[in-house]
Design a protein around this ligand. Sequence first.
Ligand SMILES: [Zn+2]
Length: 304
Amino acid sequence: MTLPTTPRGWANRLSQIVRIIHETHGIDRFPIDVKSIALEYSKSVFPDEPITAVDGNAFDKFEGALIPCPKGSGEWGIFYNSSITSPGRINFTLGHELGHYLLHRHLSGDPIYCAKRDMWKWDSEYGKMEAEANQFASYLLMPLDDFREQTNGLSTVTVAFFDKLRIRYEVSLTAAILKWLEFTSKRAMIVVSRDGFIDWSWSSKPLIGSGVFFRARQQVTPLPDASLAAGKASALQPEQGVMLNSGIWAKDEDVFESVIFSEYHEMAVSLLVYPDSPPGRAQDLPSEYRDEDPFDTFDQFQRN
Ligand SMILES: [Zn+2]
């Protein structure tokens, strides 16, 4: 059988194997056990260069790594940072490193070390290999058929909902939300912040298409003062979300925000859901409405 060459091709191949094992032995399909797959699949398909070590490692600054055996035996090891305690982060990191093994181990033969930030890059303009490893891990751990079934007909979209999916698939919360943003028809955005400042964000295609986007800048971007993520808006259960008036996250739209504080420790993960139909474009407004922009601290979120 010819081997796949793309991240999604590889993920589908392994998903089929997992599904067959699940059906013949009645073992739960989820969460996907990356460690067993890495050890057993690599041994049977690549007997000369199997993965023989899947383990935690006391990395200083890396989240994970794919490392060839230093003795030149052809064996490989995939590792996660042993200071990580979240099972979802560990499993997603192992999936990411297995993706590097299947897709990239022959490119240089050198070890591949991955930073925490590399686990969030879905846009290949930031780094093709990291985006490919993330896409592989995402499709392996959260196959689209099951993920669509879980998210179909969702009326209120909150981080609390994705926190349940995080447990179902044993992935990180950000990975589950990014997966949904990849194909949803809703206008939505994830915003990850730390100490009151935005670290990174990612938008669904319909939101970008309606002219709302994040303009990357060198300078730091503070959270809107009245946002849930900033901790000042009142909500009994911030993970269940509240509707925030226009002028907070978006200039001329109410935005539904829900937030979870934690996961990557000091970080807040916000999910913003915008109304299905965008309002009229800013340039359609009379000029007197355009001149004064109260969003001097947050003009990165702009409307075309
Ligand atoms: Zn990587």
